[in-house]
Design a protein around this ligand. Structure first.
Ligand code: ZN
Length: 224
């Protein structure tokens, strides 16, 4: 059996960006901050809050500059944003964001910058998100993008399902003895907030598992 050492694992939640960019309901800045607070309080150390894309193409992200300015510096949690081009980088620098993400070809980067920290961005389209995450971990990747509830899809990739649910990834690493620094029960308010606000159940599995475990222990307690 493979043994795993406690490692500097980093899960970056992207529900506010990859999750909300596909939703027809546009969240207010207040709602985005509420979700950010739940995720930060659960222990997420890096949270992607938006992207700098043209608001006509992705109107859900139109308030990203204002959101970053409102959030300001967050002690213990890095606020991250997705950029696609130079214009996006200029907007990111102008509002003082601490971390930018950019999708690039891993062929090119590994060759040009040996030793650079690579992150893996997975959608769960074929139900293999966690399996691919584990394969990535075993290959040495230590940073993974996730979305609370498994929210998401992609306006540019037709048929893409949501990202790997944050809570399911935390459960997987917890059960392997790999510290994430994220509290699984404390993630539930974020998932519940999203499900209530959007009016539908999300694909993440751990909310149902924890509810079932609570019901079982209440039953056992009642019988005893
Ligand atoms: Zn994505």
């Amino acid at each position: 059996m493979q043994s795993y050492a406690v490692a500097d694992l980093l899960l970056e939640d992207e529900a506010l960006r990859d999750g909300l960019q596909i939703e027809s309901r546009i969240f207010t800045i207040g709602e985005k901050i509420e979700l950010f607070d739940y995720l930060r309080d659960a222990g997420l150390k890096r949270i992607q809050v938006g992207s700098f894309v043209h608001p006509r193409i992705v109107p859900q992200m139109a308030d990203t500059d204002a959101l970053i300015r409102t959030l300001g510096k967050q002690p213990g949690t890095v606020v991250s944003v997705l950029i696609l081009n130079d214009r996006g980088l200029e907007r990111a620098l102008a509002c003082g964001v601490e971390h930018v993400s950019m999708s690039v070809s891993i062929a090119l980067v590994a060759a040009a910058l040996p030793g650079v920290r690579i992150s893996l961005h997975l959608h769960d389209t074929r139900g293999l998100g966690l399996a691919n995450m584990l394969a990535g971990y075993e290959a040495g990747v230590r940073t993974f993008d996730v979305c609370a509830g498994g929210l998401g899809g992609c306006p540019f990739v037709k048929g893409a399902a949501g990202n790997v649910p944050t809570e399911d990834a935390v459960n997987m690493f917890d059960s392997m003895g790999i510290a994430t620094g994220i509290s699984l029960p404390a993630l539930m308010p974020a998932v519940e907030f999203l499900e209530t606000t959007l009016g539908r159940a999300l694909p993440g599995r751990m909310k149902r598992v924890l509810a079932f475990q609570r019901a079982c222990s209440a039953e056992t307690g009642g019988a005893g």
